[in-house]
Design a protein around this ligand. Structure first.
Ligand SMILES: O=P(O)(O)OC[C@H]1O[C@H](O[C@H]2O[C@H](CO)[C@@H](O)[C@H](O)[C@H]2O)[C@H](O)[C@@H](O)[C@@H]1O
Length: 357
């Protein structure tokens, strides 16, 4: 999913939201039912599409409470053997949560510097992290996303997973130097190049009203949300022109944003695999990863979970989209409700933990 069209304008136009508002209407025959996809172990359909299950179905399905109407719902067969394990889900698995930031924990706003999460959302994330290992996986730089989230108890993967901090006490590595947490940065050699391309992109787009370049440490975002639509093509051409001098950088797209990043084979999906391994949570028999995200780059993570047949992607979207996710929620506020549902369920499951606090 992360490898898109080579040219910026083609990438912009392949974004269904950018193309046409008329595409966004939800067909009446698609409400509400679960997501299905080709290639999954329990799918009998050949087309990937997403529809909108009710929040209660998402929560119920993931917690093994409510049986969904689809053959692609939940692997209930695990419940009998595993339910006795302490601190586990009703499916007998420990849930690990991966959360994208923009559009998932915070609403999309015009100014990327003002994409604050609400205090209520922060409380929900803090609460859920009391019970479940929780990681933020963002396209922002790790420092920037931490400034927004401000929760020390989480794991953070910034720059689309190219900057991951796992505390040494949680990681597999046991050498004495590991007392200090060290970030895992697979694109570190690209740092000087990213500084250079950031400068070139700022210069190239400075005359375009509303264009905004954001340095995300190992990748750069060129925002066109506030650019007059007639100038989108120009923005794309300018970005393409800059990239001619940087053959080791590639382009991906997000929501009204062109993302410039190293050509290395690393994305949010790889970051999820890395975190699961580092946290020793990569046993699919005992761990159920859940990844919630709204963007195209989150598809890499949904795909990893689907292909490993070990967890569930939840797409945050108000409109039907092709996706590798398994469920969808419509907005950050539904994400918050979902997190609060997880907390309530964990509190019911382990009243002693709750009472002690
Ligand atoms: O992986 P994410 O955490 O979702 O980051 C993806 C991009 O998110 C931000 O841009 C998006 O949100 C902005 C604030 O709501 C909005 O103005 C912009 O149009 C969206 O694309 C962030 O600013 C980018 O750098 C990230 O690449």
């Amino acid at each position: 999913a992360a490898s898109g069209p080579r040219h910026a304008y083609a990438a912009m136009m392949s974004d269904p939201v950018a193309k046409s508002q008329t595409m966004l209407a939800l067909p009446s025959n698609m409400v509400p039912s679960p997501v299905t996809s080709k290639g999954h172990h329990c799918s009998s359909l050949s087309v990937t599409y997403i529809t909108r299950p009710k929040l209660v179905e998402v929560v119920g399905g993931l917690l093994g409470v409510t049986k969904l109407s689809s053959t692609c719902a939940i692997p209930y067969e695990h419940s009998a053997s595993d339910a006795v394990a302490a601190n586990n889900t009703r499916l007998g698995k420990k849930i690990v949560l991966f959360l994208d930031y923009d559009g998932t924990l915070s609403p999309i706003v015009n100014d990327p510097e003002k994409a604050f999460m609400s205090p209520e959302m922060r409380a929900a994330v803090k609460n859920v992290a009391r019970f479940l290992p929780t990681a933020i996986v963002s396209g922002r730089s790790r420092d920037k996303v931490f400034e927004f989230v401000k929760l020390k108890e989480l794991y953070y993967a910034g720059s689309h997973g190219m900057d991951i901090l796992v505390s040494s006490t949680d990681s597999q590595s046991k050498t004495k130097d590991d007392r200090e947490a060290k970030p895992f940065q697979p694109a570190s050699e690209f740092l000087p190049m990213i500084i250079e391309v950031n400068k070139s992109l700022v210069e190239a787009t400075q005359s375009i009203k509303g264009a905004n370049v954001e340095n995300n440490k190992f990748c750069v975002s060129v925002h066109y949300r506030n650019v007059d639509k007639k100038d989108w093509k120009l923005v794309a051409e300018l970005v393409d022109n800059v990239l001619k001098d940087f053959p080791r950088l590639k382009l991906t797209t997000g929501r009204k944003v062109l993302e410039v990043r190293p050509v290395i084979d690393w994305d949010k999906g790889k970051a999820v695999e890395f975190l699961l391994q580092s946290l020793r949570l990569d046993d699919p028999e005992s761990v159920l990863p859940i990844y919630i995200g709204d963007d195209r780059t989150d598809e890499d993570a949904f795909k990893v979970l689907r292909e490993r047949n070990c967890g569930y992607g939840i797409l945050v979207s108000q409109v039907p989209k092709e996706t590798e996710a398994f469920y969808s929620l419509t907005s950050p506020s539904e994400v918050m409700e979902f997190l609060n549902s997880l907390v309530r369920w964990k509190e019911e499951e382990s009243p002693k933990v709750h009472d002690q606090e």
